[in-house]
Design a protein around this ligand. Structure first.
Ligand code: ASP
Length: 317
């Protein structure tokens, strides 16, 4: 089969402070590469960008290491509330669920809502939808996240966010960070899509709304697609995903749009990261935090950013 466009793929498992140990880096690398390999092969065999993004998000939601789906962090009241969104760049269509509980894969509800007249549902409406679709009830709580919450409760919820990935050493050392997931794909037809899914910041007030189900945190057009991670309030204040995508859509190169947007974010002392693709196949990532856990497939090889903590704000290939 002759490909019309070389597919591209970039995924993330959050941004924050450095992983505790080398074991953590290797485990995260293996987890991210498994997703890249499966999802990239789907793209090569003709899956649409949206299909690829949904599959990638499902796999990352199912990995208890990351803060989305199974392994989501707990909010201040000890409950899991997840948010997820999907944007099809070709259709220019955003859909998502906010603060949903007791489902395995919030991204599947976001996918369903792509074809609904009401495309973003909050907690009560998402629960009603899950019931209507007969989505089985599922508890994504893990021992590590429960342990992390109990420790944090003893400390009176002083941390601003939960651990970047669920690592036993991280829980012991109470090291801050986060592990939201995101997938951005360019398919063989040149179509772009972005998906993001999260358990939130961790320990937040009930009703707090994450950027992950907002265009600030997840956005795509026919020109570019972006998924963000980091402190949601910072991402919302920068309107980061939409800002980068609109800059590219208006004619700026992806590299310039990322550089400018991350320079602004750093100046404003934000704590965040993002992954991005454009319609020409350019791949980019950026962070103001210490690390961003991203991996990508550029058509030839798989690369990652796990040990990329240089002074540059953005990376590009
Ligand atoms: N952005 C997410 C939130 O604030 C957290 C994260 O990216 O890890 O809800």
């Amino acid at each position: 089969m002759k490909l019309q466009v070389q597919p591209k793929l970039i995924i993330h498992g959050g941004a924050g402070s450095s992983l505790h140990g080398k074991g953590g880096v290797e485990a995260v690398r293996r987890a991210l590469y498994a997703v890249i390999e499966e999802v990239y092969s789907l793209l090569v065999t003709g899956a649409t960008a949206t299909e690829a993004v949904v599959r990638g998000c499902q796999m990352l939601e199912d990995d208890a290491r990351f803060n989305a789906g199974t392994g989501s962090v707990l909010q201040s009241d000890g409950q899991i509330r997840m948010s997820s969104s999907l944007m099809d760049g070709t259709l220019g269509r955003f859909s998502g669920v906010i603060n949903i509980s007791r489902v395995k894969n919030p991204i599947e509800l976001a996918l369903f809502l792509q074809n609904s007249p009401d495309r973003v549902l909050s907690d009560y409406g998402s629960a009603e939808l899950a019931r209507e679709l007969q989505v089985p009830s599922y508890n994504g709580l893990t021992d590590l996240r429960l342990h992390e919450w109990i420790q944090e409760r003893q400390d009176n919820f002083k941390r601003t966010m939960a651990g970047v990935v669920a690592e036993p050493e991280l829980v012991e050392s109470s090291n801050a960070g986060r592990g939201t997931i995101g997938v951005v794909a360019l398919d063989t037809f040149g179509r772009l899509a972005a998906g993001t899914s999260t358990g939130g910041k961790g320990f937040e007030r009930i009703g707090r709304v994450s950027d992950s189900a907002m265009p600030a945190g997840n956005y795509a057009t026919g020109y570019a697609a972006v998924s963000c991670t980091g402190i949601g309030e910072d991402i919302i204040d920068e309107c980061l995903a939409a800002k980068i995508v609109v800059r590219v859509t208006d004619g700026m190169s992806l590299k310039d749009a990322m550089e400018r947007s991350f320079t602004e974010a750093q100046k404003n002392q934000r704590d965040l990261g993002a992954i991005a693709l454009d319609a020409t196949g350019a791949i980019s990532w950026g962070k103001t935090s210490e690390i961003i856990l991203a991996a990508y497939h550029d058509g030839e090889t798989i690369g990652d950013t796990l040990e990329w903590n240089n002074s540059e704000l953005i990376g590009y290939c």
